[in-house]
Design a protein around this ligand. Structure first.
Ligand SMILES: Cc1cc2nc3c(=O)[nH]c(=O)nc-3n(C[C@H](O)[C@H](O)[C@H](O)COP(=O)(O)OP(=O)(O)OC[C@H]3O[C@@H](n4cnc5c(N)ncnc54)[C@H](O)[C@@H]3O)c2cc1C
Length: 495
């Protein structure tokens, strides 16, 4: 017996449980592993994934023989779930931290170090912000004035990040600091993103504190100088696909790829899923006692249509931004500027919105050649991210033109003494409609969806559409979904 809550259930039911997880991204896989770890022995878990492989936005590819992430590259350590998951599946010794620190932002035609002491770009340390030179004298004066002439506390209300920052701290803080940093997470425009959902610590501080600068300071706390700096991020040696495949393996779930789930219906004693294409291959039905829906909002909304129209409609409101990644493997150890990379404000008019100096930030990528099967002369790996929410047409160019524009812009954004050499290898990854855009009111909408589904506790939602887009948040949502359905199964009265 592995869980007290299952005593009642096991006494009453003889056939084994079957749980289906729809969607094999990191949220769905974390849910599958949690079910394996906590469900009664004999519980069958099936992960059904529409694409040819599991992992979703976590996928490690190869460029000129070097392992390079096609999607997400690392996870925050402050939110513990990703590190804990890696440890759970035996990857603790393969976690690696950045080998460089500090990023820059392109302002007035040059790269300047991002100031220390900000909360996602909101200045908390005015002296550090002044010393960075990122803001003009006028821009800095607005920030100094705000801490003395604050607005009104926000209370419980939600607002768009962009309007709040521009109103109170001026457009430079928005354009040069907050939007580039938020854009790194959401690829979104701050004018359309919810403060409560994307900057919860700041929103909490503003509930009764009228000054943004003071709320940012309070949310950051007072870091103790004697504490050695710990890395903020980590990734997995060999790439995040190793995390994906190890979690999938450890879950012992039946992994069914290449199969879209097309419909979900309630039955008297559980759920029925229609799986497979409507065309040539035909479709089949799968029975389940409980279901975790770990898919993006559009498919989740379609699958909820026969379950609860309100939940389906509300989930379907969520918009997504598209983003493109251009990875370049270049010959030699290029003299890149110090740090992990550069952010490029939207006002620059450039297509590139961020550049990561991959081989400088993650030394293991080019050091561990034997491990990764890559042997050759020294190389430099750089990844440019292109496309902001609403700029999808930029991503419709062909690869050749996208790469040419990126190389041309790199020449201006990150000038190198001898210029940028011709790459040894290039890879373009387009992630269409991939990053959820939490608009103001997002948290209320998610609460409304969960309330609408409260009568169906053996159906749970997980993934980036709801409680955070970062890898740790997605893992946590998968685990919470697993906990919800298992607790419902443990207490239900069988038909
Ligand atoms: C380019 C990019 C870079 C990122 N970088 C980072 C980063 O560095 N750090 C970080 O923390 N986060 C990053 N993120 C965010 C993070 O990677 C994602 O939010 C997270 O991986 C989403 O996981 P998920 O399981 O919720 O969804 P997904 O990864 O989208 O997985 C959902 C799965 O469901 C499947 N599916 C959809 N419909 C159906 C259906 N009908 N039937 C069956 N299967 C279906 C999909 O094929 C997909 O595999 C990045 C995101 C992107 C796009």
């Amino acid at each position: 017996m592995r869980h007290d809550g299952f005593v009642l259930f096991e006494d009453r039911v003889t056939r084994p449980l079957h749980v289906v997880v729809v969607g094999g991204g990191i949220a769905g896989l974390a849910a599958a592993l949690r079910i394996r770890d906590t469900a009664p022995d004999g519980t069958a878990v099936t992960v059904i994934e529409q694409s040819g492989s599991v992992g979703g936005k976590l996928r490690t590819g190869r460029v000129a023989g070097v392992p390079v992430e096609d999607g997400a590259e690392s996870f925050l350590l402050r939110v513990p779930e990703a590190r804990a998951l890696a440890e759970r599946v035996g990857l603790a010794h393969d976690l690696v931290s950045p080998t460089a620190a500090g990023a820059t932002v392109w302002v007035d035609g040059m790269l300047r170090a991002l100031p220390a002491g900000t909360l996602l770009g909101v200045p908390a340390d005015l002296e550090a912000t002044a010393a960075s030179g990122v803001l003009s004298d006028d821009g800095l004066a607005l920030v100094r004035a705000e801490s003395c002439r604050p607005g009104v506390p926000l209370g419980d209300s939600d607002v768009a990040v962009g309007a709040l920052i521009a109103d109170r701290l001026g457009s430079e803080v928005l354009d040069r600091l907050v939007e580039p940093l938020l854009g790194g997470v959401y690829a979104g425009q701050a004018s359309r993103l919810s403060l409560r959902a994307t900057m919860p610590a700041l929103a909490a501080g503003l509930a009764d504190q009228p000054s943004l600068v003071k709320a940012a300071r309070a949310a950051r706390g007072n870091p103790r100088p004697e504490t050695p700096p710990t890395p903020m991020f980590a990734t997995v040696r060999g790439g995040l696909s190793r995390l994906v495949t190890t979690v999938a393996h450890e879950s012992k779930a039946a992994i069914r790829t290449g199969l879209p789930v097309r419909a979900l219906q309630r039955t008297p004693d559980g759920w029925q899923l229609t799986v497979g294409s409507a065309g040539l291959g035909g479709s089949t039905t799968v029975r389940a006692d409980a279901v975790v829906l770990a898919v993006p909002a559009a498919p989740a909304s379609r699958l909820l249509a026969d379950v609860d129209a309100t939940a389906a409609g509300t989930v379907g409101v969520l918009e997504y931004a598209s983003v493109g990644l251009v990875s370049l493997v270049l010959p030699g150890r290029l003299p890149l500027p110090p740090g992990t990379g550069a952010l490029v404000p939207a006002s620059s008019g450039r297509l590139v919105k961020a550049v990561t100096y991959v081989s400088q930030k993650w030394g293991h990528v080019v050091e561990a050649r034997g491990l990764d099967g890559y042997v050759g002369d020294p190389v430099t790996v750089v990844r440019a991210s292109v496309g902001r929410h609403g700029e999808e047409t930029a991503l419709q160019r062909d690869d050749e033109s996208l790469v040419a524009t990126v190389l041309e812009e790199l020449g201006t954004l990150v000038p190198l003494p001898g210029g940028w050499p011709a790459p040894l290898g290039v890879k373009v990854n387009r992630w269409g409609g991939a990053l959820p855009q939490y608009a103001p009111g997002h948290l209320d909408r998610v609460a409304a969806v969960r309330a609408a589904l409260a009568t169906e506790p053996t159906l749970a939602l997980a993934g980036a559409a709801y409680d955070g887009v970062g890898i740790p948040a997605c893992i946590r949502s998968g685990q919470a979904a697993a906990d919800q359905i298992l607790s419902a199964l443990a207490t239900r009265v069988p038909a």
